[in-house]
Design a protein around this ligand. Structure first.
Ligand code: PGA
Length: 244
């Protein structure tokens, strides 16, 4: 596991986008695992700039997003479908038939979750996965208590996640209570993983993820067992790590 302490958000975003650019330059048909949240926005901006400068293309890329709120249609401004298209996908040359974002409005999630797993496998697995981390230690919406062997599933959101995400909604009561998410084991199948975190409200989760016991109370701790993972942190997010 690699841990890189960055000077600031911009530096972190530059290093994260460089990982994507390296991946695409060595394999233009790469399968990318994408994340929502405020943390990766700078990385996506850099990738848009790099695309517009002619340095990279997404024309042959396939992408899979981590999660989506249950009950929000894709045209809802807080849906992750909407977020991804606004922040990134609409501004690059990715082909819509190769963009996969879990649907929040399916009738039969038993079938749909397996379908999503099957699409990832059919694409050959995820080459590079970007992650944020919740203040409760979640990766995607794998909340505390989620089995580390989990695959794509429906989950109840933790009260801490609902509090954290209320800032994006008119009121806390508007935050959906459930989500569809890739499981921890789905994420762990990615060949390479980068996790980004900034700010002191992530410091405890980062400490638990990197130096705590591996267990479902902090699902990010599973990453300790991944062969190719790099954490990009600002100083505030890294503040509770102790030297080993
Ligand atoms: P954030 O969310 O980037 O908005 O902090 C991260 C997460 O919940 O995984």
């Amino acid at each position: 596991m690699n841990v890189v302490i960055c000077d600031d958000y911009q530096h972190m975003s530059t290093l994260a986008s460089r990982a994507f650019i390296d991946c695409l330059q060595s394999n233009p048909r790469a399968v990318l695992g994408l994340a929502t949240g405020s943390t990766p926005i700078g990385c996506y901006k850099n990738l848009i700039d790099s695309y517009k400068a002619g340095n990279i293309s997404f024309a042959e890329v396939t992408s899979f997003n981590l999660d989506e709120y249950i009950g929000l249609h894709r045209d809802h401004p807080q849906s992750y479908y909407y977020f991804m298209h606004q922040q990134f996908l609409n501004q690059v040359d990715i082909q819509s038939q190769r963009v996969f974002i879990p649907s929040g409005v399916e009738e039969n999630y038993g079938v749909y979750c397996q379908w999503y797993e099957d699409r990832i496998n059919e694409a050959g697995g995820i080459d590079l996965q970007i992650l944020g981390i919740g203040s409760d230690g979640h990766i995607a919406f794998n909340e505390p208590g989620t089995a580390l062997g989990s695959r794509t599933h429906i989950t109840d959101l933790d009260h801490q996640t609902i509090d954290d995400n209320a800032r994006f909604f008119d009121s806390k009561s508007d935050v959906p209570k459930r989500a569809i998410t890739m499981g921890v084991a789905t994420i762990m199948d990615a060949k390479k993983i980068i996790l980004l975190a900034t700010g002191e409200n992530k410091a405890a989760a980062i400490r638990d993820a990197i130096q705590g016991p591996v267990g479902s109370e902090c699902t990010a701790s599973a990453l300790q067992q991944h062969p190719n993972v790099t954490f990009y942190l600002d100083k505030a997010a890294a503040a509770l790590l102790h030297n080993e």
